[in-house]
Design a protein around this ligand. Structure first.
Ligand code: GLN
Length: 486
């Protein structure tokens, strides 16, 4: 069988079960695609060819023994800011250049326990800071649909790798859109779960009150499958909720009642949103309106215009605290300077890229005595108002839809030096993080230039099931696997 790398999880599972191909063959097909395309895309920082083939052999034995689980033998990739046991995990920053964790992040352990094959670690914006992948110290990731454009960020390498069929699915991290925005720009599905749904143990912390870990996949069904495997309480992450996890993949087409969907008027009046993006999203909403199980209503979320300013105070503040532990003494590029203080200063100065240093400085300032009340405390108060805005709306509607990104993939270099323009890329995605809500990006169409545009669905806290159900309605087939719906 050719093009095995183009399969979805469901298709790969079926093929492995029927012995149409082996995990070794499936893994080789992915490795072949990586060899062919990674030079252009720069989606991987590490590729574990030998280890992956060993893991695939083990998976084939497991399948032969009749012990196949959903992800057994299926190749996947992981953002480099998530720890993987005995595998380099750099967070795309030189300060962790040679860091090899002695443990797997909890979500990775759950996936590997099923016998999935870890094929490589993905390039990303360093420590998750960015929306274009240009803040990686390993060079930018290119968009598989147009090599002159960005793949989005910060999980851009993972999105590009899945979109380009270098592996079957990926795991990313989302603090302010880092799963959904690159998924949108690369034309795949990306889920940010509710805060507390999935363990973040082993995901390098950026802003602990907003960080989440989630799947990037070719279909909604695949995202639901991965999510139901990785979700759940973890004693190693005190923020995880102890709630039963539903079988999301089994209820995708089971809408129990009519869905009321809110379209926030403020989101469509935003200056700077690309006309084509707006048109694609509006025609998708018009299409949904025709479904008798869906009612579209206009809603208002007046406080969400403050989501970006709140996000860019709270996140740098938590960043400055979290990144204080990265000192370059045990791992990474260390710059000796005669005394301990200067060694720290020089090591951190050269080991972090500019954007990370900017966040640390803004955060340190916002938390400092005299400014704490004016910035950090005030931002936290406004955060509460944003949460209340969403709570009010979710008393009236089941879900909210918006564009994922105000624009399709932009040119590499276009926004790199304009920090505020880059922060605005997060305008539709970061409110969900500020409020702790689940949200997904699904492909909704392509611009005339052939660049993907994503539709963004936000649900109430722990409302992943409904989010998946609407997502499945929007895109029932895989954009990959030779079944491009556009
Ligand atoms: N663009 C966001 C930022 O730079 C993305 C963060 C994230 O989700 N990791 O903060």
């Amino acid at each position: 069988m050719s093009d095995l790398n183009k399969l979805t999880i469901v298709q790969a599972y079926e093929g492995l079960k029927k012995k149409e191909f082996s995990s070794v063959e499936l893994t080789k097909a992915c490795l072949k695609q990586i060899k062919k395309r990674n030079q252009d895309l720069n989606a991987f920082i590490s590729v574990f060819e030998e280890e992956a083939l060993e893991e695939a052999k083990e998976a084939d034995k497991k399948i032969k023994a009749g012990k196949q689980e959903m992800l057994t033998g299926i190749p996947f990739c992981v953002k480099d800011a998530i720890c993987t046991k005995d595998r380099l995990s750099t967070a795309a920053a030189k300060i962790l250049d040679n860091y090899i964790p002695s443990f797997d992040a909890t979500v990775i352990a759950k996936i590997r326990e099923q016998g999935a094959v870890l094929i490589g670690k993905n390039n990303c914006d360093a420590f998750g800071h960015g929306a274009s992948n240009e803040n990686s110290m390993y060079g930018p990731v290119k968009n598989p649909h147009d090599l002159t454009c960005v793949a989005g960020g910060s999980s851009g390498g993972t999105a590009a790798a899945v979109a380009d069929h270098m592996c079957i699915f990926g795991i990313g991290e989302d603090t302010g859109g880092s799963i959904r925005q690159p998924a949108s720009l690369c034309g795949i599905v990306g889920l940010r779960p509710s805060y507390g749904r999935n363990s973040r143990y082993g995901s390098m912390p950026m802003a602990s009150s907003m960080d989440t870990v989630g799947p990037l996949t070719k279909t909604v069904e695949d995202a639901a499958i991965v999510e139901e495997i990785i979700a759940g309480h973890d004693v190693l992450d005190a923020t995880t909720v102890n709630e039963k996890v539903a079988k999301f993949s089994k209820s995708l087409s089971k809408l129990s009642k009519k869905l009321r969907i809110g379209v926030p008027k403020e989101y469509f009046e935003l200056e700077g949103t690309e006309e084509e993006t707006k048109n694609i999203i509006e025609s998708k909403i018009a299409e949904l309106k025709k479904n008798k199980n869906i009612e579209i209503v206009e809603i208002s979320l007046p406080m969400t215009k403050y989501a970006i300013p709140v996000y860019y105070i709270v996140v740098p503040s938590e960043d400055s605290s979290n990144l204080g532990r990265i000192d370059g003494i045990r791992y990474g590029v260390r710059k000796e300077a005669g005394n301990l203080y200067d060694t720290y200063a020089k090591t951190r100065a050269q080991g972090f890229p500019e954007e990370v240093k900017r966040r640390i400085m803004i955060g340190t300032y916002a938390l400092s005595a005299g400014y704490y009340d004016a910035y950090y405390r005030k931002a936290q108060k406004v955060r509460t108002l944003i949460i209340q805005d969403f709570d009010k709306v979710f008393a009236e509607v089941d879900l909210i839809v918006t564009p994922t990104s105000p624009f399709s993939a932009f040119k590499i270099g276009e926004k790199k030096d304009d920090v505020l323009a880059m922060y605005l890329a997060d305008v539709f995605v970061c409110p969900a993080n500020v409020a702790g809500l689940p949200a997904i990006s699904v492909p909704a169409g392509k611009t005339k230039a052939g660049l993907p545009v994503g539709l963004h669905i936000i649900g109430p806290r722990l409302g992943e099931e409904k989010v998946f159900q609407l997502a499945q309605l929007v895109i029932p087939t895989a954009p990959g696997a030779g079944r491009d719906p556009f």
